[in-house]
Design a protein around this ligand. Structure first.
Ligand code: PMP
Length: 285
């Protein structure tokens, strides 16, 4: 059955949704996006995603044509119209389209807002049981990774290389340190039991799941070190994992062909995943 999608004020079947070939999202990746997970038909961590969207639009001077409350209403309507129980809602806002291709844009350009649902198994996902294999990969992205833009070619190339190497994803490396995953934040648990993840800066996306996990991790009493870590430290770690809106927490069991510890999902990673899911469900809207 065709999905009902949202495009600039209209709810329409996906095959009827049309965008100009001059849309700057298409021509220049001049667009920002957000993905919110849906569990039991409810939005997970959504205020954080909408706050980050607002920040991304401010940083780039893209107009946000609706309020946060209106966006939430659109998301809920799409969940209802598509009978979505578990999965995600993708939201993309481009700067808009003008009458021709031009690097510069006028101040009164009207943005293009698109939202659609994606039905996915998130909780009983097999990756929870198996964990994922990652390879290290050179981080060639631009210098404002804190802004969630659709300029995702480096991530597409990196993930394709990972799949060619029979791995699931990448851990990106810059100046010898892990920045983040291909579309996730990256963490290790050291042999001493410390949770280590890269501090927030323009070098990484400020994950909404990361923010929630850091609060929940603190409550477990684990010692947290927000600092850069090398891939060699990751090879020697007790545990490794990633986080993102739709994976929540996935254990990393192999890095560059080397098993992390015994090559099985780590105890702390799985515990944090369960705590996150339980809390997120309680707070879901
Ligand atoms: N880093 C990158 C590069 C990402 O693409 C994502 C997911 N979009 C994340 C981190 C995780 O962010 P979030 O938890 O908000 O999904």
């Amino acid at each position: 059955m065709e999905r009902i999608v949202y495009l600039n004020g209209d709810y329409i079947p996906e095959s009827e949704a049309q965008i100009s070939i001059f849309d700057r999202g298409f021509l220049f990746a001049d667009a920002v996006y957000e993905v919110t997970a849906v569990l039991d038909g409810k939005l997970i961590d959504n205020p954080g995603h909408l706050a980050r969207l607002e920040r991304s639009t401010k940083e780039l001077g893209i107009k946000l044509p609706v309020t946060g409350a209106e966006l939430t209403a659109i998301q809920r309507k799409l969940i209802e119209k598509n009978g979505l129980v578990e999965g995600g809602i993708y939201l993309q806002l481009s700067r808009g389209a003008e009458s021709d291709r031009d690097f510069d844009y006028s101040d009164d350009i009207e943005p293009t807002l698109v939202l659609f649902t994606q039905s996915r198994t998130l909780i009983n996902c097999p990756k929870r049981e198996t964990g994922i294999k990652v390879i290290s990969y050179n981080d060639i992205r631009w210098r404002r990774r804190d802004i969630k833009t659709t300029s995702l070619l480096p991530a597409c190339l990196a993930k394709h290389a990972a799949h060619a190497a029979k791995a699931d994803d990448v851990w990106l490396i810059e100046d010898g340190f892990v920045t983040e995953g291909g579309s996730s934040n990256a963490y290790i648990v050291t042999q001493e039991g410390k949770l280590v993840t890269r501090p927030l800066s323009n070098d990484i996306l400020h994950g909404i799941t990361r923010a929630s996990l850091m609060k929940l991790a603190k409550d477990t009493g684990v010692e947290i070190e927000e600092r850069n870590f090398t891939i060699e430290e990751a090879y020697a770690a007790k545990e490794a994992f990633i986080s993102s809106a739709t994976t929540f927490v996935w254990p990393v069991v192999e890095i560059d062909g080397k098993p992390v510890a015994d090559g099985k999902p780590g105890e702390f990673s799985l515990k944090l995943r369960d705590i996150y899911i339980n809390t997120a469900k309680e707070l879901a809207e």
